[in-house]
Design a protein around this ligand. Structure first.
Ligand code: FE2
Ligand code: FE2
Length: 225
């Protein structure tokens, strides 16, 4: 019989802030070398299959970023590349890293542990890869649940992740069509289908996913009226 996971109580550390301070690193002299280094290091964290997915999400993020004339397409590539850096770790490893880097996870995140790899990935990107750019960190942190009022790079990585899922995710094709015509509609559709999928499987829905859906649903309704 499988041993039931003991649910920890949320930690009370407060040093990690949800919104990182705006401290943009000066543009690296050779960003390609930097990306090569991240790519090499990433292989130590994830499976070969996940690595292939990460490369695809990086390329897609760059493509969507170019389409929307995002100011730094290399950052879009880096965010896509590292978005799943913590995905192959266990729940226990996630909790250990949260404690190590004083991340104050919520009860809602504990109830939907599949979402934890996103904020933990952000911690790894920050502390182990040395990423300081706040938009890259936010994009990694919210690529699973989304959140209300995302910045352009958060939207790009959130959607690139779904588009790369292809046939594995029913709504991926519809999202792919919308991505280049209406980013917010693509977001709303993704948030809605993610929630629907969780409901169908009797899973608990993370608050951030609901907040994300409500925010973009309202935005589309206001836009239409
Ligand atoms: Fe992910
Ligand atoms: Fe992913």
């Amino acid at each position: 019989m499988q041993k039931k996971k003991k649910k920890p109580t949320p930690n009370t550390a407060t040093t990690f802030q949800e919104e990182p301070p705006i401290k943009l690193k000066p543009h690296h002299e050779n960003v390609n070398e930097q990306i090569e280094g991240y790519t090499k290091d990433l292989k130590r964290y994830i499976s070969r299959e996940r690595f292939a997915h990460s490369l695809e999400v990086a390329k897609l993020s760059k493509k969507i970023a170019e389409f929307y004339t995002y100011e730094n397409i290399e950052n879009a590539y880096i965010a896509g590349l590292l978005h799943d850096v913590a995905k192959d770790m266990s729940f226990e490893e996630h909790l250990n890293l949260a404690n190590k880097y004083s991340y104050k996870y919520s009860l809602s995140e504990l109830d939907s542990p599949a979402t934890l790899h996103a904020p933990i990935g952000r911690l790894l990107a920050q502390h182990q890869f040395g990423i300081e750019n706040p938009e890259i960190l936010l994009a990694i942190a919210h690529h699973t649940t989304g959140r209300p009022n995302m910045c352009l790079l958060e939207k790009i990585v959130y959607l690139a992740d779904i588009v790369d899922a292809g046939k594995k995710v029913e709504h991926a094709l519809r999202v792919k069509k919308l991505v280049y015509s209406d980013l917010d509609a693509a977001l709303c559709l993704t948030a809605k289908e993610t929630i629907r999928n969780l409901l169908d499987r009797d899973k608990i829905i993370c608050e951030k996913s609901l907040e994300c859906y409500n925010f973009y649903n309202k935005l589309l309704q206001e836009r239409a009226s």
